[in-house]
Design a protein around this ligand. Structure first.
Ligand code: 13P
Ligand code: SF4
Length: 363
């Protein structure tokens, strides 16, 4: 495993966090409250298998304050499937995988979008909604994949594979999207690659997603980048085999950012939304989700018959987004994500092409 540090400096130093807490305490009643927990009992019921009442009594005052402020600010919260249950069930208007959130961003009526996810997701929302305010609760929430490729890296790949189209994972900066022909997410990567002309395709930056797609689309020669996800690269095929030896009835479900030998050991591999849909459909007695830890927590209550077993890994970037920072973001209307209009215009072409190709493939 290679553990890289986030290239973007976290926006909250300990002193900034202390100031934020003092300002919030002066404006809202945020003390743990059983009365607030009682008032939000319907929300807690969606996660009480994984969030004890004592924890919910700490979260509930924030959830009440955020939901009130959201209405006042005409804001919508788009939350990725890796958000913690308090965000996922408590304050989100839309939850989903990267593709679902990108599509949802094209349909949002609210004037303000608060992106509960990582920076590239907020940039994608801004690219698709240049006139709206898109707020990031913590600008330090990056992604090891997005940090692993630059426009110069794309140019080098084009020089290595002349004439081949560049498919960039949506986990990239706006500049990289602008230098690409089309984007993809883990839920449509194979369809996008298969739909492109020519026998060679460049996929960047996730080497493992590219190798997993290469197995699914054997007719294409795929050149790949060197990036990887620090969460998924840590799983090993040996881990999965050992788990299955102890629990032969377990269904193993892996995200395609896992190394190809890990994906090959799994019973199913798919995007975060694909993983949720698989478990909802199959309802296995035991399921091991080879991905980020919040995935199992977010669906545990809706699937009481499923026992979620096995290890998971935490995404340190996704976990920078907290209720406290979301409240601060709406309270102060910070931090708006900006994308240079010329870059956004070119990046939009790559993102919209992806959405269009996905729609065609699903039709
Ligand atoms: P999904 O598109 O599957 O939600 O993946 C996004 C991501 O960052 C997974 O690590
Ligand atoms: Fe990036 Fe991996 Fe975190 Fe997803 S889980 S945001 S790919 S580091």
């Amino acid at each position: 495993m290679s553990l890289r540090m986030n290239a973007t400096a976290p926006s909250f130093t300990p002193a900034a966090l202390a100031r934020m807490r003092a300002d919030l305490a002066a404006s809202y009643d945020l003390a743990p409250s059983l009365a607030a927990a009682e008032a939000t009992r319907d929300i807690h019921a969606r996660m009480d298998r994984v969030v004890p009442l004592a924890d919910w009594a700490r979260h509930a005052p924030y959830v009440l304050a955020i939901n009130r402020l959201k209405a006042e600010r005409n804001a919508a919260i788009l939350a990725h499937n890796y958000m913690t249950p308090d965000i996922y069930h408590g304050i989100a208007d839309v939850v989903g995988d990267s593709l679902q959130l990108a599509i949802a961003a094209t349909k949002v009526d609210a004037e303000v979008i608060v992106q509960c996810g990582v920076h590239f997701m907020a940039e994608t929302s801004k690219i698709l909604n240049p006139a709206k305010t898109v707020l990031m609760p913590d600008m330090g929430a990056g992604c090891s994949l997005a940090e692993s490729i630059t426009p110069e890296g794309i140019a080098a790949m084009r020089a290595k594979y002349p004439g081949a189209p560049v498919v960039s994972y949506v986990n990239t900066t706006a500049e990289v999207k602008a230098a690409s022909d089309v984007c993809c997410t883990s839920s449509n990567a194979a369809q996008i690659v298969a739909a492109l002309d020519g026998d060679t395709v460049i996929m960047t930056p996730d080497q493992y997603l590219a190798q997993n797609v290469a197995r699914q689309v054997p007719g294409k020669r795929i050149g790949w980048g060197e990036g990887s996800c620090i969460v998924h690269e840590r799983f090993t095929a040996q881990d999965l085999r050992e788990f299955r030896a102890f629990q032969p009835d377990v269904q193993i479900i892996a995200h395609p950012e896992c190394p190809p030998d890990v994906a090959a050991e799994a019973d199913f591999s798919g995007s975060t939304a694909g993983i949720i849909a698989f478990v909802e459909r199959e309802r296995p007695a035991k399921a091991m989700l080879v991905t980020e830890c919040s995935m199992a927590s977010n669906i545990a209550d809706a699937l009481p018959e499923v026992d979620f077993v096995g290890p998971c890994n935490m995404c340190p970037y996704m976990k920078m987004i907290t209720l406290e920072k979301v409240l601060w973001s709406l309270h102060t209307m910070t931090t708006p994500v900006e994308v240079d209009p010329a870059i956004a215009a070119r990046a939009r072409i790559a993102v919209e092409r992806m959405i269009e190709l996905s729609r065609k493939a699903a039709a």
